[in-house]
Ligand binder design. Structure first.
Ligand code: TYD
Length: 197
């Protein structure tokens, strides 16, 4: 039985909205669901948020994102063991896609380096929904936000997008067209989760 589903995509891809809709639909079907997200709302996750707002050292940012995830994974494991379906807004691929851009000038193969650091310390999601959208479209959706962080600049986001395109391949990944309507995307994710659970 598959219980652990992660949602990935660039800023503005709409995954958080869809997670909420999917969770509501699952609850209506009497499924036990936990929605969770990264960076987490623990002190470690809040420290990470501070890091990205202040454009801090890329290595410290990478290490703390991974530390936040290792701790978070223990909670996720508990929720899974209790029989819940866990929907997680961002997980390991976010670190590979974003922090590798920050580290590209210092490391030869930052994605591999980040994957090696994480190996054996985090969980393997059963399925990962990858919300595909161009950086231009995604940015036009979030332009109205008061405070855009530097991750949300077009040149940065384009590199993150290219990384996602490279990483999110293989059996675990379900690529979805993030420009589809909210009901369509909800239905698509729901059908996949219910077929697996
Ligand atoms: P998030 O709160 O998911 O932002 P949003 O809801 O706008 O998608 O994530 C905050 C930022 O942190 C976002 O730009 C993505 C980035 N991020 C990383 O760089 N690495 C990571 O490992 C994670 C989980 C997020």
């Amino acid at each position: 039985m598959n219980q652990f589903f992660t949602f990935e995509g660039i800023d503005g891809s709409g995954k958080s909205t869809i997670i909420d809709h999917v969770a509501t639909a699952l609850k209506q079907k009497d499924c036990s669901v936990v929605i969770t997200f990264e960076p987490t709302d623990t002190w470690l996750g809040k420290y990470v948020q501070h890091q990205i707002k202040t454009k801090s050292d890329p290595f410290v940012t990478a290490f703390t994102f991974i530390a936040d995830r290792i701790e978070h994974s223990k909670k996720i494991k508990e929720w899974i063991d209790q029989g819940n379906i866990v929907l997680c807004d961002r997980y390991a691929e976010s670190t590979y896609a974003y922090q590798s851009v920050q580290l590209e000038k210092t490391l030869k193969n930052p994605i591999k380096w980040l994957q090696d650091l994480s190996k054996g310390r985090i969980l393997n999601p059963d399925r990962t929904f990858y919300f595909r959208i161009t950086p231009e479209k995604a940015l036009s959706r979030i332009q109205h936000r008061d405070e855009l962080i530097f991750f949300e600049q077009q040149s940065f986001l384009r590199k993150v997008h290219n990384n996602y395109e490279q990483i999110c391949n293989g059996d675990r990944f379900i690529q979805v067209d993030a420009t589809k309507t909210i009901p369509d995307l909800t239905e698509l994710c729901l059908a996949e989760i219910l077929s697996e659970s």
